[in-house]
Design a protein around this ligand. Structure first.
Ligand code: SAM
Ligand code: SF4
Ligand code: F3S
Length: 443
């Protein structure tokens, strides 16, 4: 490719959560609108963007390693521009430039409209950043480009106001604000008309959604989305335990196409630790929400996030977490050990006093127990017939497809003439702790 042509092509690496994945789609649209074209691979791109995540130290280390690779590339390709977007630059600000000479420009989550101008100025030799917070920036009117044509993310809010003591998100994404009800519904309707089979409403705390025009809440939004796309699966993530309400649960139970899965991060099974984490609820209140969810939504799957080794966590606190896992029997969990994030409430006020090997040992105990629970729950599904949305060919074989149940369990099954995008019934024949195996049932 000629150098001039290549200078107007881009490749985006996305790290982190669904919000970042959705933002990558927004960045892509903004660049295309200015005449830039996506490159098929990093090697073919004149501009490489890393859309980054700052949630744990490990996520930041990955970017540092990647920057070394890009620096090597830049030595060979003088025309290559490297931009860092998303949560790390917003968090580390201009200091990030010191990380690597490979970085040409920085842009935070609220400044993506400036990217074309940053790129132009970087071409002219400037090293610039755009890191202002702008709570008014919702990227209204920018259609998010989406990978694939089966599942789509629809952001319903940006930012987070919760200030959990361990978490950087409020510092990287700013104040919480919701998209207008009408905008979300319009997008849901368009996606359904375009043939998408599954729509996930996303936000760091979706159930604190509030329509800026009418104050309607997330239960209203979910029900309205279900009506706007009646043949499409509707999912949502992430819910905060303190904002789980009965009307929300009734909306889920009352609409066939709203998936009976709730991701409800608990973080710890100790009320003392939850207090230090500033989560806004006790373990008993959390257990009460679980009971309420299960009493209203039949067959619901509840998944969670857990952090091992938060500041001052004792063996007793850790045992309380294991006890909570045994009692609740989550379908699955994302499990992490605590990683202190400079600037957060915990980093400023609580010593990170649990030795790394203790954090890792506790995490392993949590993982082992959760795997055992998931294995048993998955094993119980053997023999059942479940509805699956086929998503893609399985990694192992083109003869098999991979899909998910409404409860978000992964199912691998023999293809038998089906294509990604099909809804079909699958009889479960075997299970591991993370995957169900089955065969299509012909109706
Ligand atoms: N908004 C969601 C919530 O309230 O649970 C998720 C936020 S965060 C992007 C995803 C998960 O990362 C959290 O639920 C938590 O378990 C984990 N996490 C966040 N900060 C962390 C830290 N400093 N160390 C380890 N894990 C962390
Ligand atoms: Fe972070 Fe808490 Fe907000 Fe989730 S709810 S993004 S953990 S501050
Ligand atoms: Fe990471 Fe930012 Fe999401 S810190 S988890 S990419 S909001």
């Amino acid at each position: 490719m000629r150098e001039e042509e290549r200078s107007r092509t881009y490749y985006i690496h996305t790290f982190g959560c669904q919000m970042n994945q959705a933002d990558t789609g927004i960045i892509s649209t903004l660049l295309r609108n200015e005449g830039y074209k996506p490159a098929a691979a990093e090697e073919d791109a004149g501009i490489i963007l890393l859309n980054t995540c700052a949630v744990r130290e490990h996520a930041v280390d990955r970017i540092e390693n990647y920057l070394q690779h890009l620096q090597g590339m830049k030595k060979r390709r003088k025309d290559l521009l490297v931009g860092i977007t998303g949560c790390i630059p917003q968090y580390q600000r201009e200091e990030m430039f010191f990380l690597s000479p490979a970085i040409d420009f920085l842009a935070g989550p609220d400044t993506y409209r400036t990217l074309p101008s940053l790129i132009e100025q970087a071409r002219a030799g400037a090293r610039l950043s755009a890191l202002d917070f702008n709570a008014a920036e919702m990227y209204e009117g920018i259609d998010q480009e989406r990978p694939g044509s089966i599942s789509a993310f629809v952001p319903v809010m940006r930012g987070c106001n919760n200030m959990c003591a361990f978490c950087v998100v409020p510092f990287t994404r700013g104040r919480e604000r919701s998209h207008a009800f009408s905008t979300v519904l319009k997008e849901v309707r368009q996606l359904a008309e375009a043939g998408y089979r599954e729509i996930t409403l996303i936000g760091q705390n979706v159930n604190s959604y509030s329509d800026p025009e009418t104050g309607r809440d997330f239960a209203d939004l979910l029900a309205a989305a279900s009506h706007a796309a009646p043949k499409t699966r509707i999912r949502f993530t992430t819910s905060h335990p303190k904002d789980i309400s009965e009307p929300l649960l009734r909306a889920i139970a009352g609409h066939e196409n709203i998936c009976n899965h709730i991701h409800l991060p608990v973080q710890s099974g100790s009320t003392r630790i939850l207090g230090l984490m500033n989560r806004g609820h006790s373990v008993e209140e959390y257990r009460g929400k679980i009971d309420l969810i299960r009493s209203i939504i039949p067959g619901v799957a509840i998944t969670t996030d857990l952090i091992a080794g938060f500041c001052s966590e004792t063996e007793e606190d850790h045992q309380a977490t294991l006890k909570l896992l045994s009692d609740v029997r989550f379908d699955s969990a994302f499990m992490f050990f605590y990683s202190t994030r400079p600037g957060t409430l915990a980093a400023r006020t609580l010593p990170d006093d649990i030795p790394e090997q203790v954090k890792k040992r506790r995490l392993q105990e949590i993982i082992d127990l959760q795997n055992e629970i998931s294995s048993k729950l998955y094993e119980e599904a053997v023999g059942a017939v479940v509805e699956v949305l086929a998503e893609s060919e399985s990694k192992r074989s083109g003869q098999q497809l991979m899909g998910r149940t409404a409860t978000n369990r992964v199912v691998v099954f023999d293809r038998a003439g089906h294509e990604p995008g099909d809804f079909l019934d699958v009889r479960i024949t075997a299970a591991t702790s993370a995957t169900l195996l089955g065969t299509a049932v012909d109706n």
